[in-house]
Write a protein that binds this ligand. Structure first.
Ligand code: NDP
Length: 289
């Protein structure tokens, strides 16, 4: 039986945001430039509206400028593209984030491809994905970046460790695998067609759940002592009829087996916005040269 350590992403993100605030103040004093983040929200998806509100608040708290653009759900694709192009040309805007998911009549890839890669603080543009893949400086997707920060804080060097990433999306699984490779892990990416998923997971020194299925990864899929990062955010209704959030990992079962684990909520989630702010400062620094 292992004593399982809780990886407190909330506290880590708080410390990171405080540090960023100091760095932003120094940057602005030295350059006269206030880093600016523009967030575009199309439609009224309630979860997206909460994310956008939190992003705006934390951007301002960090000493940066926040520009929110809320468009109705029936906005034509060409109008969204026109807004993105205007933001590309706006010198006060260093980072652009288009909140996903977009309404179904809008081609997400077309919108992401229109964002200036130098302002693509979500790191979803193919130029940034490609730069990450070949080992060049890139704006890296925020959630994977946050996961690797938590891992390095927990484990120190990740070199040589077996990492299994369950999930292969462009926004989490694939970029996370690239980042782990950059840290010299031996990386396996698992997905819905993986054979013997429990067996694959049991090989992992670092096990990442990025699936979107409540508590799919069971306790006995975890190698004793492994570090578990749970990216999943799933809303479930408990026996008491109340809604609560759970991850992709059966958290209670992992106790006593995992060496360390992120909780949901309070693990990876808070890191995402902190990394978004970090990327905005990075984009502003690159712009100023
Ligand atoms: P996607 O739906 O885009 O991808 C899910 C991945 O999981 C796919 O690659 C899919 O495989 C794989 N998968 C689905 N079912 C299984 C299965 N039974 N066995 C193995 N693999 C499976 O999700 P995202 O990557 O966007 O998000 C994943 C989770 O992370 C979600 O819960 C989301 O809410 C959360 N999230 C959290 C963030 C945060 O800030 N903490 C930010 C972003 C996401 P295949 O490709 O074969 O279909």
């Amino acid at each position: 039986m292992v004593e399982t350590r809780l990886i407190d992403g909330k506290a880590f993100a708080q410390t990171m945001r405080a540090r960023l605030k100091g760095e932003v103040a120094v940057f602005t004093a030295e350059t006269g430039v206030t880093p600016g983040l523009a967030v575009v929200l199309v439609g009224e998806d309630p979860a997206s509206a909460v994310y956008v509100r939190n992003k705006g608040r934390q951007t301002v708290e960090a000493g940066m400028a926040s520009f929110e653009h809320r468009l109705p759900a029936n906005t034509a694709q060409e109008d969204v593209l026109a807004l993105v192009k205007a933001l590309n040309a706006d010198d006060d805007v260093h980072g652009i984030l288009v909140q996903l998911p977009l309404p179904s009549h809008i081609d997400t890839q077309a919108v992401l491809a229109t964002i200036d890669p130098a302002k693509d603080v979500d790191g979803f543009h193919v130029v940034n994905a490609g730069r990450l893949a070949v080992g060049l400086d890139a704006l890296v997707p925020c959630t994977p970046l946050g996961c690797v920060m938590l891992l390095k804080d927990t484990l120190g060097s990740l070199a040589g460790l077996e990492a299994v990433v369950v999930g292969r999306s462009n926004i989490v699984g694939k970029p996370l695998a690239q980042l782990l490779l950059r840290e010299d892990c031996t990386v396996t990416i698992a997905h819905s067609r993986t054979r013997d998923l429990p067996g694959v997971c049991r090989r992992a020194d670092i096990l990442i759940g990025a699936v979107g299925r409540p508590e799919m990864i069971r306790g006995d899929w975890i190698k004793p002592g492994a570090t578990v990062i749970d990216v999943g955010i799933n809303r479930v209704t408990g026996a008491d009829g109340k809604n609560r959030l759970v991850g992709d990992v059966a958290f209670e079962e992992a106790q006593g087996i995992a060496g360390a684990i992120t909780p949901v909520p309070g693990g990876v989630g808070p890191m995402t916005i902190a990394c978004l702010l970090a990327n905005t400062l990075t984009a502003a620094r690159w712009r100023v040269g």
